[in-house]
Design a protein around this ligand. Structure first.
Ligand code: NAD
Length: 352
């Protein structure tokens, strides 16, 4: 066995159905009694319900969270934090809302209780990406890791079919890259394989039956494991490509991850045979890249970047940006291969 380093991350996880009812208790455990509830405008109603549930521990709702954590929104929220003298945040929603809670924690040290309603996994990571004047910067610090995460399967039942599939495959992408990470370790590999398997078997069921509670529980469990992978080890080519496509071409987060993943895996396959064997075993398929491609089709996800407005002409600029400061990757990142990878993802044919 190779020597390894394992860093356990200090967050508390409460998992199950109906677990939202434990929110007040969890606040007490943190010694908090004045919560600001965060959400996107789309989930404001849900945030109001959480506020009601908190009784006198709920102070107000701030419902302006937005994709990629714009700093001007964080600054606006900080005004509210100060004027209301709150002592913690409760974020209910996906990566966008969780990002706002992290940005507030970074600047104030306020503890965070997070209630994730998508599969993106931000709640398990010490990573914060913020945008200022359209430019995104990412940092890794334990200061933004949420103290408590409440996974309530019931809250995922409203996640629409399209987003359930793409958000779930976004989660799988974290586990896939954890399997060939330079700083990977056997514990994270176990979590990654289990996470891919849980999502791989549940997402096609959810695509046909959004309220299947067993499948929803399986998917959320998988998303937790995959989020923990993202929080623990470094990501490689696939995440670099998705950051390029999101940051410079404004492509939507979860859909982009879903489309690119099979091609990034096909590119890395020759350099990461053990990871490929684990992915194939988790998905019950012969080949990791085609297995991931077929999973996308089984959940009705878009298959080509062209469907997101990414044109043949965009391939060259994306290749140039993605190869400029590459993340560490098991296979050398060279322009010809990346150009081919992006062309394949642009047209969306089944990877070879
Ligand atoms: P999101 O948070 O942007 O949510 C998308 C939309 O779905 C929002 O309108 C939201 O209100 C709505 N929604 C969420 N849950 C719902 C539910 N259960 N039912 C109905 N509607 C629901 O999407 P996301 O994919 O979760 O997060 C993407 C963002 O998170 C990106 O900005 C990405 O960069 C970030 N992210 C960060 C990390 C990290 O570790 N820092 C990890 C993953 C993602």
């Amino acid at each position: 066995m190779q020597p390894f380093v394992y860093n356990g991350l200090p967050s508390r996880v409460v998992f199950g159905q109906g677990t939202l009812s434990r929110l007040s208790e969890e606040l007490e455990l943190l010694g908090c009694s004045r919560a600001l509830v965060l959400s996107t405008p789309q989930q404001q109603q849900q945030a109001q319900e959480v506020l009601q549930q908190l009784g006198d521990k709920g102070i107000d709702v701030y419902a302006k969270a937005a994709m990629h954590t714009p700093v001007d929104i964080t600054e606006d929220a900080l005004e509210r934090v100060k004027s209301l003298d709150v002592d913690c945040t409760v974020a209910i929603g996906g990566g966008s809302t969780i990002g706002l809670g992290k940005a507030i924690a970074l600047r104030t040290g306020l503890p965070q209780v997070v209630i994730p309603t998508t599969y993106a996994g931000s709640e398990m990571t010490p990573i914060l990406g913020e945008t200022r004047d359209g430019e995104k910067t990412t940092q890794r610090t334990l200061d933004v890791l949420p103290e408590t995460v409440i996974y309530d399967v019931d809250l995922t039942l409203t996640l629409p079919a399209g987003m359930s599939g793409t958000s779930g495959i976004n989660a799988i992408a974290h586990a896939v890259e954890a399997l060939y990470a330079r700083d990977g370790n056997p514990v994270i590999a176990l979590m990654a394989e289990e996470g891919i398997a849980a999502l791989g078997r549940s997402l096609p069921v959810i695509a046909n039956d959004l309220t299947n509670i067993e499948a929803r529980a399986d998917a959320l469990y998988g998303a937790w494991l995959c989020g923990a992978c993202l929080g623990s080890v470094g990501m490689s080519l696939h995440h670099k490509l998705c950051h390029t496509l999101g940051g410079s071409f404004n492509l939507p987060h979860a859909e982009t991850h879903t489309i690119v993943l099979p091609y990034a895996v096909a590119y890395n396959a020759p350099a990461a045979p053990d990871a490929m064997a684990r992915i194939s075993r988790a998905l019950g398929c012969e080949d990791a890249a085609t297995g991931l491609y077929d999973l996308g089709r089984s959940v009705g996800a878009p298959s080509a970047l062209s469907e997101l407005g990414f044109s043949v002409e965009d391939v060259e600029r994306a290749t140039e940006i993605a190869t400029r400061n590459p993340y560490w990757n098991p296979r050398d990142v060279e322009a010809n291969g990346i150009r081919r990878l992006l062309s394949d993802a642009q047209s969306g044919h089944r990877p070879k």
